[in-house]
Design a protein around this ligand. Structure first.
Ligand code: FRU
Length: 489
């Protein structure tokens, strides 16, 4: 397979500018250099998990979209692979946008959105590439054009195909947009997707935005977990969410319901946000060979992308998270591979936290995993400050009086415009005991509350070496058991 100049240039560039391990997170995926956004093609192939991502190697800003590529065997150690796709064809010259991948007939089948100019604007169409896990050959024209949509469709918002196989067919779920501006999810199928002469058949509109959650729905996903079907969406431009579990701007949601398969309606029963933090968008899921459904997201948000000066890379992936149910709540926990890497560093039991701040021997750092169990029956508030340095910190706080989870990065430093506080309702009942797992990895923190019933993520760009303090505080009196683990990676 011959490489085009655009692809060869990207591969050469990343080879020459590869960020050394000590300047990356320890176990979260980042691009070797430059910018990344959405995870793409998150799937198993050839005994490894493949992560592709939206990628602009030449700067820490969004630019002409390539597909970057990394692989992992354990969700924690990532190996860069050469850039997989470059915007080098007439039909994707304005970008190779998000999409999916899967194993099909011994090859890796990729479908992505090709963006090309048309008149004064652009159109988006679905394009095919086939490969061996490292090199990909594109089909010579889009396989699903923007005109192959139900009536009343936008030709410029038709993107982010998600793939799955069923009964010998490949299905593709694509985000589209009606003339009313609302997002909708369109399902297509093809028994022979590798054959560019075989057209994609439209099956159904699987879900449609009634206007209550943003406008366009980006990056759809679909899976069934223990009998319940989940549609993943990333709604854009939420300006007045129907309820305060969602925030303005770009958010993510799981639409949970019943679906009896292609051609039958999806019956929505509930919805929930996937992350209550500051940075999370465009997640995808895969199923592991041992049957786990694992979610990964872009740990960043369009609404506050401020690359620190001189950063070699910008944009991180979240920790891969296993999905499971507790009652009707879709929960997330770090992949069990992280549990296996935990080595107890220190344990403190029955620590009284009254006002504060309280610091504890051995409790500091920016790469760790920590379980807290806090008796809050006599507390009105409990909180943790992490990444504390000289006059800087970031905070997660549970306000039990007003029932809010607060994530505060206004004093974290690291970048000029880091003025963010997010307040979200506490979604899981706390009762007398708050359970919190904190996973820190140099430039990020992920908080799993009440055994994963609610998750909140944030990136941190103050210097890890200068800001590793951890402090606890309360209003009223809290009693805390803590176990802090180093990670053997
Ligand atoms: C989501 C998104 C996708 C698009 C890609 C472009 O973050 O806007 O809809 O394919 O990013 O980089």
């Amino acid at each position: 397979m011959e490489q085009t100049n655009t692809l060869a240039r990207a591969r050469r560039y990343e080879e020459q500018h590869r960020t050394p391990a000590e300047k990356r997170p320890v176990f979260h995926a980042v691009p070797p250099v430059g910018w990344c956004n959405d995870p793409n093609g998150w799937s198993c192939f050839g005994g490894q998990y493949h992560l592709f991502y939206q990628y602009h190697p030449y700067g820490t800003n969004w630019g002409p979209m390539h597909w970057g590529h990394a692989v992992t065997k354990d969700f924690l150690h990532w190996q860069d692979r050469p850039c997989a796709l470059a915007p080098d064809s007439p039909f994707d010259q304005n970008g190779c946008f998000s999409g999916g991948a899967m194993e099909w007939k011994g090859k890796q089948l990729i479908l992505y959105t090709g963006v090309m100019p048309e008149g004064e604007g652009e159109i988006q169409q679905q394009c095919l590439a086939l490969g061996d896990g490292e090199t990909y050959e594109k089909a010579s024209a889009p396989v699903l054009t923007c005109d192959e949509q139900p009536a009343g469709a936008s030709r410029k918002d038709f993107r982010d195909p998600f793939l799955f196989a069923q009964d010998g067919m490949v299905y593709m779920l694509v985000g589209g947009r009606g003339f009313n501006g609302h997002g909708r999810l369109l399902l297509y199928r093809n028994p022979r997707p590798e054959d560019t002469a075989a057209r994609w058949e439209f099956v159904q509109t699987l879900a449609e935005n009634d206007g209550s959650l943003g406008s366009m729905w980006e990056c759809p996903g679909l899976f069934t977990l223990e009998g319940r079907t989940v549609l993943i969406i990333s709604p854009q431009f939420v300006h007045q969410a129907a309820d305060d579990r969602y925030h303005c701007g770009n958010d993510t949601a799981a639409l949970i319901g019943r679906w009896d398969g292609p051609g039958t309606p999806f019956v929505l029963q509930a919805d929930q946000p996937l992350d209550s933090g500051l940075d999370f968008y465009a997640p995808q899921t895969l199923e592991t060979p041992d049957g786990r459904r694992v979610l990964i997201g872009w740990m960043q948000n369009w609404d506050h992308c401020y690359p620190p000066q001189d950063a070699p890379w910008y944009g991180q992936m979240s920790l891969p998270r296993e999905l499971f149910w507790q009652g009707k709540v879709l929960c997330q926990r770090p992949v069990r591979e992280l549990d296996a890497a935990r080595r107890l560093r220190v344990e403190h039991c029955g620590v009284e936290v009254e006002n504060g701040p309280v610091t504890l021997d051995g409790v500091q750092g920016r790469v760790l995993d920590c379980d807290l169990q806090v008796d809050v029956r006599d507390a009105r508030r409990f909180g943790v400050r992490i990444a504390c340095g000289k006059a800087c910190w970031a905070e997660v706080r549970f306000d039990l009086e007003d029932g809010l989870l607060r994530l505060d990065r206004r004093h974290a430093g690291g970048f000029r415009d880091a003025l963010e506080l997010r307040e979200t309702p506490l979604l899981a009942p706390i009762g007398h005991t708050l359970r919190l797992r904190m996973v820190l990895d140099r430039y990020s923190a992920e908080f799993f509350l009440q055994d994963g019933q609610q998750v909140a993520s944030m990136t941190l760009y103050n210097a890890p070496a200068d800001a590793g303090g951890i402090q606890f505080f309360a209003r009223g009196r809290a009693s805390m058991d803590l176990r802090l683990y180093d990670l053997a990676l």
